[in-house]
Design a protein around this ligand. Structure first.
Ligand SMILES: [Zn+2]
Length: 276
């Protein structure tokens, strides 16, 4: 029985013969040969990776075409393999690889972007269509950040935009005011309260609740009111330190509201003092 060392030496001396023997053996035992080859590759990753990359760089097109075809026919195994790679990939090693090849990677990316502008734009459009909420949230955040970092530039842009769209804006805001009378009065009183320094705020629902509490009747003259005719009165006037919280709001007819002005008067005041 020849020793392994002797076998090695014989193979060294008779390379052609040894290769021929191996070929015949592999032809006879294809399954075992494949298994052995895989095991060897697994054990010698560092050796095979470079060779594989060299081969891939030469046969790139052909390999990718084959892969695309295989994926079309039977997508699941390939997808599963990719999922596994993503699940198990090591971010540290990826980072190291990137750092090592940074210039090449960035140059490749740039070249790809330049050559595939249309394709990239189309796929971005598609993504935005599918993820419009995410996209808007992202843009709002990015925009805010940019504005914070470029205050002068953003003020300039705002002024320009406003000058160009002033008419349109005026129209839109008067349209909005017409359509949202309740919200409008909420904002108006909030602004007045802010100016007077009383503070506080309320919602539309809270205001409606106050109206219902007083049965949609004017607090000062008992006149029956509707959503259209009711006005918001600050029981303690804002000018006297009243707040814009719902508790300080009473429904009032327009007439009483104007008559009351910024006085502090009791409930039903204009029933007993109709001339004032
Ligand atoms: Zn009234």
């Amino acid at each position: 029985m020849p020793t392994p060392e002797y076998q090695r030496q014989w193979r060294q001396k008779n390379k052609d013969k040894a290769a021929k023997y191996m070929r015949t053996w592999r032809a006879k035992h294809p399954a075992t040969a494949l298994k052995c080859a895989r095991k060897w590759v697994e054990k010698n990753r560092h050796k095979t990776r470079d060779a594989a990359m060299d081969w891939y760089n030469v046969h790139r097109e052909e390999f990718n075409a084959k892969r695309r075809k295989a994926r079309k026919i039977n997508p699941e195994p390939i997808r599963e393999r990719e999922r596994k790679r993503v699940r198990t990939y090591n971010p540290e090693s990826r980072k190291r690889c990137y750092e090592k090849n940074k210039d090449n990677v960035l140059a490749d990316c740039k070249e790809y972007r330049e050559n595939n502008r249309e394709k990239i734009n189309a796929s971005q459009r598609k993504w935005r269509g599918r993820n419009s909420k995410k996209y808007i949230a992202y843009m709002v955040k990015a925009n805010r950040k940019w504005r914070k970092e470029h205050p002068e530039e953003s003020a300039k842009r705002d002024a320009k935009h406003y000058a160009e769209n002033a008419d349109k804006k005026r129209k839109a805001s008067s349209e909005w005011r017409r359509k949202n009378p309740e919200l409008r009065s909420v904002y108006n009183t909030r602004r007045r309260a802010r100016k007077a320094g009383g503070g506080g705020k309320h919602t539309v629902a809270q205001w409606i609740f106050r109206c219902e509490l007083y049965k949609w009747k004017c607090f000062y003259c008992d006149k029956l009111l509707t959503k259209k005719t009711v006005t918001k009165d600050h029981y303690i006037p804002l000018e006297k330190g009243g707040t814009d919280f719902a508790a300080n709001l009473v429904p009032s007819c327009l007439k009483c509201n104007l008559r009351k002005n910024s006085k502090l008067i009791k409930r039903g005041y204009f029933i007993s003092n109709p001339s004032q």
